[in-house]
Design a protein around this ligand. Structure first.
Ligand code: GRF
Length: 212
């Protein structure tokens, strides 16, 4: 079974879905460790409750990004991970780190990329008045939130929706789509060649789109 490391910084609700999906067999993989740059991230507690090894690598204790990443790399190697999942991991990664794990590292982002890269996506969607919103799973490249998108889950935004509603709706989508995409990766069905995504050997012309 493929060995997965999950990088978190916060609550870890996506991590929880991934843990549960590995336990149920929906994802045929083993989460061999969870890394957090935040010592108090609740995601660490979720991992401990599931008997998954954890490692805190507090970025504040490192002189620069590169030395922080040396430690992250050391831990990933120690755990012999083959797939790296960013799940609410709030550190920008250097091109050297990203290139090292090209095709092996994915992220979940709370917008329909390429729209709304960066932070505060839900507030920005509401401000613009968009009626469609969602989340994207993409390969990580050195351009922030700009790697090839594998899949997106889409929901509507009602005129009555406030920030809490939208956040909750998109989080629900995330919890559905992240385990689904990871199950495909774990089964060897998804590959990145150049900056193109392949599913079962066929190049995707656009991201797989799920309306929920
Ligand atoms: C999610 O909205 C994810 O899209 C973003 O950070 C949030 C993490 O939530 N990258 P959680 O820690 O998984 O609950």
């Amino acid at each position: 079974m493929i060995r997965i490391v999950v990088l978190v910084s916060g609550d870890g609700s996506n991590l929880q879905q991934l843990i549960d999906s590995c336990h149920s067999g929906r994802i045929r993989a083993q989460i061999v460790g969870v890394v957090s740059n935040e010592p108090n991230a609740y995601g660490l507690e979720r991992a401990r409750l599931a008997n998954i090894p954890t490692q805190v690598i507090n970025h504040r204790e490192y002189a620069d990004r590169a030395s922080f990443e040396v430690e992250v790399t050391r831990v990933i190697q120690e755990w012999k991970a083959e797939l790296i999942l960013l799940a609410g991991f709030m550190r920008v990664l250097t091109p050297a780190f990203v290139n090292r794990y090209s095709g092996q590292m994915i992220n979940i982002h709370p917008s329909l990329l390429p729209a709304y890269r960066g932070l505060n996506t839900h507030a920005r969607v509401l401000e613009t008045g968009d009626r469609m919103h969602g989340c994207s799973i993409h390969f990580v490249t050195s351009d922030l939130d700009a790697g090839a998108v594998i899949a997106q889950a889409v929901t509507n935004v009602l005129p009555t929706d406030d920030l809490a509603h939208v956040t909750q709706k998109v989080r629900k989508l995330e919890h559905h789509i992240y385990p689904l995409v990871v199950s495909w990766l774990a089964a060897g069905r998804i590959a990145l060649l150049g900056n193109k995504v392949y599913l079962d050997g066929q190049e995707l012309q656009s991201p797989i789109c799920i309306y929920l």
